[in-house]
Write a protein that binds this ligand. Structure first.
Ligand code: GLV
Length: 335
């Protein structure tokens, strides 16, 4: 039997590529930059499977160009770059990589929290520029972290992992989620708050929701106004959850103390963005899961998801389970 044809849109770490090439006829886009759209549309034409990244827009035009496509496996947990509803209508399986990047993203959130609160990036550049002449009682004063109030927006896997770390800092943990999680409240000692109260009462606010129509600009101008002037806002989830212009204005006017951001409304962030000129922000290039070990696990999981579907087996993480009714796995099976 001929092997299924699969397009992988970027060089992902070896375990992923090894698994895909063992079972499939692999077409790998080798560029360092995202695959150009025209190239994607041309190379997907004869493919049964696609392993893509969050930088690839997978929409109707991709499905139109690929009449044989059975599975889209994303090397990411977020899937807003994929038109999942349309994929389901066309009986295409969509998979993602949750779980394996939970702890990495929680660690990065904490790195952002500490770096922003204690002005680590600013202090490093101060030393490198040769500006450090004396120890001074008021040099690089930051904000206390331990014993403070941490407000978590979205107590899913990553939010929970962030909360576990906060216990080590003896922080009071507040959370807001559209679903109340009473078991976690008990385990973590977390207190449920509505969003407005959480914003008013927290010293650090950290965002861990996925991006969807309900969470778009969840943190807007009026909600930023509820926060204290000593509060620090963190986002390692998705940029459009915050109204970025309103955030830059709040930071510039000193209405909040600082922000640590790994994600932006538009990525990469423009060099002339107002945030670029502010010192009370730490800006990272969307590296939440960027650990050697984690990226390998993501590659392996993305490959396993893809291969499972093509083998007619239930993939470890199916994003659109409704597809099972429209096209059973036995009908997708190619090997
Ligand atoms: C990263 O942002 C991911 O969704 O995996």
């Amino acid at each position: 039997m001929a092997k299924p044809k699969v397009l992988v849109t970027r060089k992902i770490p070896p375990p992923g590529l090894e698994i895909v090439s063992e079972y499939c006829d692999l077409d790998l886009y080798e560029g360092y930059e995202p695959i150009p759209n025209a190239e994607l549309l041309s190379r997907i034409r004869d493919k049964d499977g696609l392993l893509c990244l969050l930088t690839d827009k997978i929409d109707k035009s991709v499905y139109d160009a690929s009449p044989r496509l059975r599975v889209v496996s994303s090397y990411s947990v977020g899937c807003e770059h994929i038109d999942v509803d349309e994929a389901t209508k066309r009986r295409i399986y969509v998979t993602n990589t949750p779980g394996v990047l939970t702890e990495a993203t929680a660690d990065l959130t904490w790195a952002l929290l500490m770096a922003t609160a204690r002005r680590i990036v600013e202090a490093d550049s101060f030393v490198r520029k040769g500006l450090w002449k004396h120890w001074h009682p008021e040099l690089m004063l930051g904000h206390e972290v331990h014993d403070k109030v941490l407000g978590i927006i979205g107590l899913g896997r990553i939010g929970e992992a962030v909360a576990r770390r906060a216990k080590g800092f003896k922080m009071k943990i507040l959370y807001y989620d559209k679903i109340r999680k009473r078991d976690l409240e008990e385990q973590l000692g977390a207190e449920y708050k509505d969003l407005e109260d959480l914003l008013k009462e927290s010293d650090f606010v950290t965002i861990h929701v996925s991006l969807n129509p309900d969470t778009y600009h969840l943190i807007n101008e009026s909600r930023l106004k509820l926060m204290r002037s000593s509060t620090i806002l963190l986002n390692a989830a998705r940029g459009p959850v915050i109204d970025q212009k309103a955030l830059a204005k709040a930071l510039k006017e000193g209405r909040i103390a600082g922000a640590g951001l790994d994600v932006y409304e538009k990525e990469p962030i423009d060099l002339d963005d107002d945030l670029m000129r502010l010192y009370n922000v730490v800006l990272l290039p969307h590296i939440g899961s960027a650990e050697i070990e984690t990226r390998s696990k993501m590659a392996e999981l993305a490959a396993r998801n893809l291969i499972s579907v093509l083998k007619g087996q239930m993939p470890p993480h199916l994003v659109n389970p409704e597809v099972l009714k429209l096209r059973p796995l036995s009908d997708v099976k190619m090997m």
